[in-house]
Design a protein. Structure first.
Length: 144
């Protein structure tokens, strides 16, 4: 993979469809790069975009988490494949080393979609910072 190709993905707010081995089903999921400066950071932090709002609200209540850790993404017709309102549970952040991230891209099981609007990314960053489940290093990386 060429450097310029990697740089297409390594930007805050880049939304992609990718397969994450950590998830039970090996389908493509929408993911967003959460780091404020992912090209400089040794780790890429990803959040999952899901349509499971009710399930995530229940999880957040069960965990006693701050309600603002669930960010609503309005149905934006310009988003590739997004057909309904979606959510990001900011209590769960996936961490990939640059090598792991490169491997995801090279396996061709990752497709760049587009960039998340800056206002939504700001809400996601605030949600991550509000989470008691996210490590401080991750919080620093998304707000730096």
């Amino acid at each position: 993979m060429k450097e310029w190709e990697l740089n297409l993905f390594l930007r805050r707010g880049t939304m992609m469809k990718a397969v994450l081995p950590e998830l039970p089903n090996q389908e493509l999921h929408f993911l967003v790069v959460a780091n404020s400066e992912p090209r400089k950071d040794p780790t890429v932090y990803l959040v999952l975009v899901t349509s499971q709002g009710a399930t995530n609200r229940k999880l957040i209540e069960l965990w006693g988490a701050d309600p603002k850790t669930l960010v609503t993404i309005p149905n934006l017709p310009t988003f590739d494949g997004q057909t309904k309102e979606s959510y990001v549970n900011c209590n769960t952040v996936f961490q990939k080393t640059k090598a792991e991230f490169m491997e995801m891209l090279e396996r061709k099981r990752t497709v760049k979609c587009q960039d998340m609007p800056a206002a939504v990314m700001d809400q996601i960053a605030r949600g991550i910072v509000a989470s008691r489940r996210v490590p401080e290093a991750v919080k620093r990386a998304v707000t730096a």
